[in-house]
Design a protein around this ligand. Structure first.
Ligand code: IMP
Length: 195
């Protein structure tokens, strides 16, 4: 495989994927670079894996090249695994994460605090079976918003082994333990064998 198109317009994600996969000699392109515009896909799957597969296969069929897509989110056990696949949309796209995060802290008050970030990655390859990987980052909901690194739900995601939230962790620390970094490491191993 010489080239992979990433089905995301998130510059941070594309940078992470490039940094992780460039030494195997695979060129990583964004969907914007490939087709010149964003592609709107209805993510109507019921799991992280289904949504990643829908995104990757839809775009792969459009451009006939290998396409990598990911879907991620936060599962809170005391909230029946919500916000889950609705993490970005939880309480509305325009609601600030300070408000979303405080709502989750309030929802788990006096309950089980276990939670996890989940990342599913799908690599759709023309005329081959789609490769699907799922990894988790296991932790707890912190009792307050803490830290300014990262994004989204990082300020309430407490990681017991390091005793801090993922918004207090350095990027290097998060990249050793996170759902996305672990999924990318597995993808790296698979691609290294294929190439
Ligand atoms: P998507 O995979 O780009 O659809 O992102 C899903 C949503 O899950 C993000 O908008 C965040 O709210 C949340 N999320 C996923 N990964 C992380 C993370 O590493 N830290 C904080 N929030 C995350």
């Amino acid at each position: 495989m010489k080239e992979i198109v990433v089905a995301s317009t998130n510059a941070g994600k594309i940078r992470e994927i490039k940094a992780m996969l460039e030494d195997i000699g695979i060129e990583i392109k964004s969907i914007q670079e490939e087709v010149g515009h964003e592609v709107d896909i209805v993510e109507n799957g019921t799991t992280f894996e289904e949504n990643a597969i829908i995104k990757a296969e839809t775009i792969m069929h459009m451009i006939n090249k290998p396409v990598l897509a990911d879907d991620s989110g936060l599962e809170v056990d005391a909230m029946d695994k919500a916000p889950g696949i609705y993490s970005a949309r939880f309480m509305g796209y325009d609601t600030s994460y300070d408000i979303k995060n405080q709502a989750i802290i309030d929802a788990v008050e006096g309950k089980d605090r276990t939670a996890r970030f989940v990342c599913a990655m799908a690599l759709a390859i023309p005329d081959a079976e789609t490769i699907v990987i799922k990894e988790t980052f296991e932790g707890e909901i912190n009792d307050k918003i803490e830290g300014t690194n990262g994004f989204g739900y990082d300020p309430i995601f407490y990681f017991p082994p390091l005793g801090k939230t993922s918004a207090v962790m350095t990027m290097e620390e998060k990249n050793q333990h996170s759902h996305r970094a672990k999924a990318l490491k597995r993808l790296y191993t698979i691609l290294k064998e294929l190439n």
